[in-house]
Write a protein that binds this ligand. Structure first.
Ligand code: ATP
Ligand code: MG
Length: 398
């Protein structure tokens, strides 16, 4: 059975006092953009709800997309009927018949007090009808029903809602400003990006490529990851691809192997900060997690972080790898991340990187060459690509 409309409930927004209008407007805008492929839908924003009128569109694909919209706490599919209990009883029996669950509860609210019968009696009458018209064994469970059917008898019509579907939670993307995600082709950084979006912070991405050491497939992998992440936004994410080879080779020429990783990451941060400032991003985001590799000890993080002033967000800093992988699977990035292509970091990985680097030593190596000019060149020559709905049809990206 096709639903007539969807009732959307907001999450943490309710606590935001006078900013709520800003929030709900942003949520409406993001929802419309995520559902852009269904132009027949109509939207009505109320104080604590958003109604989406389906106008004949099947609710299933719309539900699937809605689950990605941050700021939505829960939603339900709703059906509108004439004020005739017989029609409603048949429809509910049909709805339950199409399902496979075994326990249910009918919860009637009678806001039109002129409608005959008490709510409890109507519950019982509908449940009785369901038992007679559904073939599989069923039980009423008033405490933890698998199917909760809400029947609202209002003045204009009877509205029926089925199960409450959990939304993505968080805040509407964009309400918390914008950050620059350092996106490798690995497992951690896309998860870090997802968690940042969930807090309502919009993203642009920077990716460091080292052609010819890294190839087009590595780049494609990154764009495929961005294509996943953009489904949690308003549909569009900008990616800055930095050509890092020249600077990286200079780092390896001028630094002892044990410091190459530290200095290279200091360069990444410097470039990231400059690109962030240029593009109105208020923070850098990365997928660093304490202890995972040599560059992610607290000593390393300290020496690497000190070259920038911009805040650096590390959403997965305290998660175990398995916890990160769980999220990567949930957001469908894991299978892209494990495709075997070289990252610029892995190609130049030194055999024994310093786990307790000293900042005076890092500075001493950096003084041996004019890294600032090379950093600026990376910023100037970065290629900016917009990943949006036309991604995969767009030949220019590769
Ligand atoms: P990931 O799984 O995200 O690649 P990782 O565990 O492999 O992380 P590193 O390679 O040390 O760890 O990188 C740490 C973080 O630095 C990454 O999470 C990412 O944010 C950033 N980073 C690393 N390589 C790149 C790159 N080529 N382009 C952009 N950012 C990068
Ligand atoms: Mg990596």
């Amino acid at each position: 059975m096709k639903a007539d409309y969807i009732v959307v409930r907001f999450g943490e927004l309710t606590t935001k006092g006078k900013n709520r209008k800003l929030f709900t407007q942003k949520l409406l805008k993001n929802t419309k953009e995520i559902l852009f492929e269904f132009p027949q839908l109509q939207y009505q924003l109320q104080y604590d709800r958003l109604y989406i009128y389906l106008n004949g569109v099947d609710h299933e694909p719309v539900n699937k997309k809605l689950k990605n919209v941050f700021g939505i706490y829960s939603f339900s599919n709703a059906y509108k009927f004439a004020k005739d209990l017989n029609i409603v009883k048949d429809a509910i029996a049909k709805m339950i018949n199409e399902d496979t669950k075994t326990t249910f509860k009918i919860n009637t609210k009678r806001s039109d007090k002129t409608f005959p019968g008490q709510s409890q009696d109507i519950n019982r009458e509908i449940a009785g009808h369901v038992f007679h018209h559904v073939d599989r064994p069923l039980k009423v469970d008033v405490h933890h029903p698998e199917m909760l059917i809400t029947v609202e008898i209002r003045h204009d019509a009877i509205y029926v809602m089925d199960n409450v579907i959990k939304g993505a939670g968080g805040y509407p993307v964009g309400i918390g400003g914008k950050a620059m995600l350092m996106l490798s082709g690995g497992i951690d950084s896309p998860v870090a990006g997802y968690l940042t979006l969930k807090r309502g912070v919009d993203l642009e991405c920077v990716h460091f490529a080292a052609p010819p050491y890294t190839n087009e497939f590595a780049k494609e992998k990154v764009f495929d990851l961005v294509d996943r992440l953009r489904h949690y936004t308003h549909g569009t994410i900008k990616v800055h691809v930095v050509h890092f080879t020249k600077l990286q080779l200079a780092v390896y020429d001028n630094c002892d192997e044990s410091y190459a990783m530290t200095v290279m990451r200091r360069m990444m941060y410097r470039i990231g900060e400059k690109l962030a400032n240029r593009n109105h991003c208020l923070a850098l985001v990365n997928g660093e997690s304490i202890g995972q590799v040599a560059s992610q000890t607290l000593d390393s993080m300290q020496v690497i972080n000190e070259v920038v002033r911009i805040p650096v967000l590390r959403p997965v800093v305290c998660l175990d790898k398995l916890e990160i992988i769980d999220i990567a699977n949930k957001i469908d990035t894991y299978n892209i991340s494990i495709r075997p292509h070289e990252d610029c970091c892995t190609i130049f990985t030194p055999k024994a990187p310093a786990t307790k680097p000293k900042s005076y030593k890092a500075r001493a190596y950096e003084e041996k060459f004019d890294f600032e000019a090379l950093v600026d060149e990376c910023v100037e020559t970065a290629q900016t690509v917009i990943v949006d709905n036309s991604y995969k049809k767009n030949e220019d990206i590769f």
